[in-house]
Design a protein around this ligand. Structure first.
Ligand SMILES: *Cc1c(COP(=O)(O)O)cnc(C)c1O
Length: 419
């Protein structure tokens, strides 16, 4: 290449680079203002000190998941000592609490910025009166009651299924889709139900992927997790095991050394968790995720699109970036289902589509999850995809790029030309 041509292509490249810089300017401005668990850590630690004092906790208590679980906050009286509540909020929490169960781990509570009434963590864990007065939505929109061919099993797909191992969680999400199972008491599936579920898997050789969830799979004792994984490892056609847990978000101290050691003995193991906002990605959450990743566990995230919590393209992009930094691969964004008591979290599908448009091309493919709607009656996860294939001719297609540039693209048979 001549010097002249080199200079020229460099200039063109530099012009293009400048244009690309412009494509990200609005995100960079917005992202500076988005609170993350790392940026807010000092404030969170102050909250932690205060909560520990009120609950009379030692530092050993705080980092013990059993202590966190035993000390979940679940009444307005106790909550009012830990976070400022107006008298109307106090009443509303009590009213809603009489219908819907709630409980918040002290750790998750410490993430809340008390000065922000629409704090994304607060919205997810503290009950509001909207839940109580919600008359819309179904108790069981996915018809899970009719997709259970054996005790504790939900089967909706040809080659994989769920074992619902417990209804317990470290924190009961206000947007929970399985509210009807949460009830008032913690309930682990009885051993004989799990045995029947394992027997079903044993007898159905097309099942190659078993997802243990609930509730929260990490609410089980380590030895129970070890037992279930050992039993699954005995079934030759079970190729992979997955566990669903929100504890890296709500109670990261659950990921103790013994659990990590157990999981590492049962690879391949995949853990899917549920971060919804960058504020939840804290140094302690990072430690839990890095321990799991270090043991060889592959981590994925299933976010739920929630009005005011994360229904914003910049917040979602920032969340996905924060997740990749702690070795968690964004897997799904779920469109929130119609569940009684959650309609204040509802978004329109257009909002989800806009988020997806703001991801592809603008950021790493690794930071792009699939956006899903759950079809009615348990007919399965259904991807909502922006259209990039916008025309289909005989030997050509028309495509649209992430920047909305339109191109024709040849689409030929192997080896052959036209005709
Ligand atoms: C979500 C789900 C799975 C797992 O689906 P993937 O898309 O493979 O992650 C399996 N079984 C049931 C019943 C489910 O709801």
């Amino acid at each position: 290449m001549s010097i002249d041509r080199q200079t020229n292509s460099r200039e063109i490249s530099q012009k293009r680079a400048k244009e690309l810089k412009g494509r990200i300017a609005d995100y960079l401005d917005a992202a500076r203002e988005i609170p993350t668990g790392f940026r807010e850590w000092e404030r969170i630690k102050e909250n932690q000190e205060k909560i520990m004092e009120v609950l009379g906790a030692t530092s050993d208590d705080w980092y013990s998941w059993k202590w966190q679980l035993r000390n979940r906050v679940n009444d307005a009286e106790k909550l009012s000592k830990l976070i400022n509540l107006s008298s109307s909020e106090y009443e509303e929490i009590s009213t809603t609490g009489s219908r819907f169960r709630w409980a918040i781990s002290p750790y998750y509570l410490s993430l809340i910025n008390p000065d922000n009434l629409v704090d994304p963590v607060r919205l997810q864990c503290i009950p509001t009166i909207q839940e109580y007065y919600d008359t819309q939505g179904d108790q069981d929109p996915m018809d899970e009651e009719h997709t259970s061919p054996a005790p504790a099993i939900t089967r909706r797909y040809p080659d994989r299924l769920i074992i619902n191992i417990t209804n317990q969680c470290a924190m009961y999400c206000r947007h929970c889709q399985r509210r009807r199972n949460i009830g008032e008491v913690d309930y682990h599936a009885p051993r004989e139900d799990v045995e029947k579920a394992l027997e079903y898997i044993q007898n159905n050789p097309e099942i190659r992927d078993v997802l243990i969830t609930g509730g929260d799979a990490f609410m089980l004792e380590n030895k129970t997790i070890d037992w279930v994984l050992t039993e699954l490892d005995r079934i030759p056609h079970v190729e992979i095991k997955r566990l669903g847990t929100r504890t890296p978000v709500t109670m990261p101290y659950r990921v103790d050394d013994e659990l990590v050691e157990i999981l590492s003995r049962h690879l391949p193991v995949y853990v899917n968790t549920h971060f919804n906002h960058p504020l939840e990605v804290t140094p302690d959450a990072r430690e839990a995720c890095l321990k799991l990743a270090g043991a060889g566990v592959a981590l994925g995230n299933q976010a739920v699109l929630l009005h005011r919590v994360n229904s914003n393209p910049h917040v979602m992009k920032k969340l996905n970036h924060e997740l990749l930094k702690i070795m968690v691969r964004p897997y799904y964004i779920f469109h929130a289902k119609e569940v009684r008591g959650t309609s204040h979290f509802r978004t329109r599908v257009e909002e989800g589509m806009e988020i997806m448009e703001h991801l592809r091309g603008y950021t790493s493919g690794l930071a792009i999850p699939t956006y899903l709607v759950n079809a009615p009656k348990g007919h399965g996860k259904t991807p909502m995809l922006p259209e990039y294939l916008i025309g289909m001719g005989r030997n050509k297609i028309t495509i649209r790029t992430w920047e909305n540039k339109v191109f024709d693209y040849e689409n030929l048979e192997p080896g052959g030309g036209y005709e």
